[in-house]
Design a protein around this ligand. Structure first.
Ligand SMILES: [Zn+2]
Length: 188
């Protein structure tokens, strides 16, 4: 049985590098893989997926792929930044597994900078066969589950879920340091 898999991790957990490596492994074995990202995700440029460690690959927009999909064979579909997809698109990805027997691996962030689930991540939590965490750590060494949004170096907890064209950045924190709004070691 083909599966729908959700691999989630906080900012900086190497999700994209992981996605690109999994794709490479499939291709090495002459498997056919589609690499997708949401249309709204254009930080890396159009139809490109780039990881922080320098890996980069061309991709397709998930919405276009699902719109034009007509049953051709794929061994796997790999989706980066899947939290930005609509719940309807996640349902269509689950159809790829159930109707067409394609393994679908979605990489994404579980919650936004206010600790609320992204709609796409929520639907993945509801539908996925396997839910796996890609681990990363807070500056204190504890597991980091939360994404703090920084504006001019200060943590903010209000604003739009997706900020377009902003100059904000993100850092992954453990729950305690998210609550304390401590984004770096005060000793360091
Ligand atoms: Zn911490």
């Amino acid at each position: 049985m083909a599966k729908l898999i959700f691999r989630y991790g906080a900012m900086g957990s190497s999700k994209t590098a992981n996605a690109l490596m999994v794709r490479y492994n499939y291709q090495e074995k002459n498997k056919k893989v589609a690499l997708l990202k949401p249309r709204c995700e254009d930080r890396d440029g159009e139809r490109m997926i780039k990881s922080r460690i320098g890996l980069a690959e061309p991709c397709e927009y998930a919405e276009d792929f699902l719109e034009s999909y007509n049953g051709e064979h794929y061994d796997a579909v790999i989706v980066d930044e899947a939290q930005f997809l609509s719940p309807e698109m996640i349902d269509r990805l689950s159809d790829l597994a159930d109707i067409y027997g394609i393994t679908v691996i979605c990489y994404g962030i579980r919650t936004d900078f206010r600790t609320q689930l992204f709609p796409g991540a929520k639907r993945l939590m509801e539908l996925a066969d396997d839910i796996e965490q890609i681990k990363t750590i807070c500056w204190c060494g504890k597991r980091a589950h939360f994404n703090a949004r920084l504006q001019d170096g200060e943590m903010v907890t209000e604003g739009e879920q997706v900020q377009l064209g902003g100059n904000e950045s993100y850092t992954a924190l453990c729950r305690r340091h998210y609550k304390e709004r401590l984004v770096a070691d005060p000793e360091g």
